[in-house]
Design a protein around this ligand. Structure first.
Ligand code: URA
Length: 206
C-alpha cells in the first residue's frame, strides 16, 4: 500500500469516528492536504471558517500568508504536507482543549508516521507543545530540534502561527526569516541523519 492509500484509509476512519469531540452537525473533517511523499510536514492548530467550508487546511487569510512563505523558499503548497492538531473546527475558533488534542492526536500520530517527514514544522504553540512541551515560541522559533518522539527520531522546527504574523509586524518579520532558513535546515538534517543519535543528543537543539 502506498502513502496516499494509507492516508485515505485513515481519513475514512476519521470520517466514521463518532467519538471525535469536535464533530458536530455541519462541521466537516479537515484531514490534510499536499504531497504524501513530502519532506516537510506542517502542523497547525485547527480549521477555521474557510477551512471547514473548503475541507482543506490553511485556505483563509493565514493560509494565504503561509502560501506566500512557502513561495519565498520555492516550495509550492503542493510539495509539502499540511495538517492540524485537531481536524474539526472548534466552536467560534476557540483554542483546542487538551482532551480534544488527545482524541485527534491518535490520528495525527498516524499521519506523522505515514508521511514520515524529514522535518515537522509546527505552526503555533499547540502543535509545538506536542513535541516540545516546555518550549517557549518566542525563544525557540526557527530553531532546529531533534527529539525522541514515541521512540521515533524526529526533527522539529517550531514556527510562529501565520495568523500571529498577520497580527504583529515584528512576528511576521521573524517568521519570514525563519522560513528562509528552512532549505538550509533540510540540508543539515540529511547530514545529521547519516550519524546515529547518541542517547545524550535526544531532545537537543541541533
Ligand atoms: N489555522 C490553523 O491552525 N489551521 C488551519 O487549517 C487554518 C488556520
Amino acid at each position: 500500500m502506498n502513502k496516499k492509500e494509507e492516508l485515505q484509509i485513515l481519513k475514512d476512519k476519521m470520517e466514521a469516528d463518532d467519538s471525535l469531540p469536535l464533530r458536530k452537525g455541519d462541521t466537516n473533517l479537515v484531514f490534510g492536504v499536499g504531497d504524501p511523499e513530502a519532506k516537510i510536514l506542517f502542523i497547525g492548530e485547527g480549521p477555521g471558517y474557510w477551512e471547514n467550508l473548503k475541507m482543506e487546511p490553511f485556505v483563509g487569510n493565514a493560509g494565504k500568508f503561509l502560501d506566500q512563505l512557502l513561495k519565498s523558499i520555492g516550495m509550492p503548497r503542493e510539495s509539502v504536507y499540511i495538517t492540524n492538531v485537531v481536524h474539526h473546527r472548534p466552536p467560534e475558533n476557540r483554542d483546542p482543549l487538551p482532551e480534544e488534542m488527545l482524541a485527534y492526536g491518535k490520528y495525527l500520530d498516524k499521519i506523522i508516521n505515514v508521511i514520515n517527514p524529514e522535518v515537522v514544522v509546527t505552526l503555533g504553540r499547540f502543535s509545538m507543545g506536542k513535541f516540545l512541551p516546555t518550549a517557549k515560541i518566542s525563544t525557540t522559533h526557527g530553531k532546529l530540534f531533534r527529539v525522541n518522539w514515541n521512540g521515533k527520531d524526529l526533527f522539529v522546527i517550531p514556527m510562529y502561527h501565520p495568523a500571529a504574523s498577520l497580527r504583529n509586524g515584528e512576528v511576521m518579520r521573524q517568521e519570514k526569516e525563519d522560513f528562509l532558513r528552512l532549505p538550509d535546515a533540510l540540508k543539515k538534517i540529511s547530514e545529521k541523519k547519516k550519524k546515529k543519535v547518541p542517547e545524550t543528543e535526544q531532545m537537543s537543539l541541533v
